[in-house]
Design a protein around this ligand. Structure first.
Ligand SMILES: [Zn+2]
Length: 273
C-alpha cells in the first residue's frame, strides 16, 4: 500500500486529510517497527560476538568438523565463507549443547540480559525457546512473505524475509531456523537451500535417526530430537552437492574469487592451538 500525501484524503474513508487522521498513528507504528528491526539485528550481531568468546574456543574446535562433516576444522576455519560461518555459529548458539548441558543462547540470556534494551530483551527471551534448525518447504510466496511448511511436522508458517525467496522454487526445501521478532517470524540467519533433485532420501535419514534416538530417549520431543540432529541436514546437503559435482563447501570452489579470510572465522581461529 503506498502512503497518501499529508494533504490527501486518508485511506480509512473518514473524509479527513491524512495529516489530520491516521498519519501520526502510522508514523508511530513505523518507528516502533524500525526499533524492533534494529533490536533483532543487534541481537544477531551480539550473539555472534558472544559465541566467539575465548572460553568457547575449545568447544568451537571440537564441533566445527562435526558440523561440517570434516570439511572444516580449526586448521582451515578461516576459509569458511561468510554464509558458512554464519550457519555454523547459528547451530553452535541455538542447537549445540555445551558439556554442562546448556546451550549458548541460554548462557547469553543469563549473562547479557540486564545490558539489553527492552526491545532487545524481549527478542533474546523469545529466542531462548525457539525450535531447532529444520527443513522447510516453500509452499507459496508473495514479495518478502514466504509460506513455509515444516518438512517433518507439517506445521505451516508465514515468514518475513527481506531478500524474498531468492533462488528457491515452490516445493523446494530450505534449511533454516525460524525465530520470532516481535509479531513477525524471520529466519535466524542466512539459510541453506536444497534444490528439488537433492531432496532425495533426507526424510528417511532423519526418520532413521529419530527411531534410533527415541529408542534411547523415549520421552524426547521433536525439538529436542532436532536440536541434536539438525547437523544431519547439513551433512545431507554436503553429500548431495558432492554427488552433483558441485563443491560442497565454498573452500573447494575453484571459481571462488579468493579465499579472503572471513572476519568471523578469523576471530575464532586466533585461539586455535
Ligand atoms: Zn484515517
Amino acid at each position: 500500500m503506498s502512503k497518501p500525501g499529508r494533504n490527501d484524503l486518508c485511506y480509512c474513508g473518514s473524509g479527513l486529510k491524512y495529516k489530520k487522521c491516521h498519519m501520526q498513528e502510522d508514523q508511530a507504528k513505523e518507528k516502533e517497527r524500525s526499533l524492533i528491526e534494529r533490536a533483532g539485528n543487534f541481537i544477531r550481531r551480539d550473539l555472534l560476538k558472544f559465541a566467539r568468546d575465548e572460553r568457547f574456543a575449545e568447544e568451537f574446535a571440537k564441533t566445527l568438523p562435526f558440523y561440517w562433516d570434516g570439511y572444516y576444522d580449526p586448521a582451515n576455519a578461516e576459509q569458511m565463507s561468510q554464509p558458512e560461518a554464519l550457519r555454523f555459529f547459528d547451530w553452535f548458539l541455538f542447537d549445540h549443547e555445551l558439556p554442562d548441558g546448556k546451550r549458548l543462547i541460554e548462557l547469553y540470556a543469563e549473562e547479557r540480559m540486564e545490558d539489553l534494551s527492552t526491545h532487545q530483551q524481549k527478542i533474546a527471551a523469545d529466542w531462548v525457546n525457539v525450535g531447532a534448525s529444520s527443513l522447510y518447504e516453500l509452499t507459496a510466496y508473495e514479495g518478502q512473505t514466504l509460506h513455509l511448511r515444516d518438512y517433518f511436522t507439517g506445521e505451516a508458517f508465514e515468514v518475513y524475509e527481506a531478500g524474498g525467496r531468492g533462488n528457491v522454487e515452490l516445493g523446494e526445501l530450505i534449511i533454516t531456523r525460524l525465530v520470532p521478532v516481535s509479531d513477525r517470524i524471520e529466519l535466524s540467519t542466512t539459510a541453506a537451500y536444497l534444490p528439488a533433485e537433492e531432496i532425495t532420501d533426507v526424510k528417511a535419514k532423519i526418520e532413521a535417526a529419530r527411531e534410533a534416538y527415541l529408542a534411547e530417549h523415549p520421552d524426547a520431543n521433536h525439538t529436542e530430537f532436532m536440536r541434536k540432529h539438525s547437523h544431519l541436514l547439513v551433512h545431507h546437503a554436503l553429500q548431495e552437492a558432492k554427488k552433483q559435482g558441485r563443491p560442497p563447501i565454498a573452500r573447494l570452489d575453484t571459481n571462488r574469487p579468493d579465499t579472503k579470510t572471513q572476519k568471523m572465522a578469523r576471530g575464532m581461529a586466533r585461539f586455535k592451538r
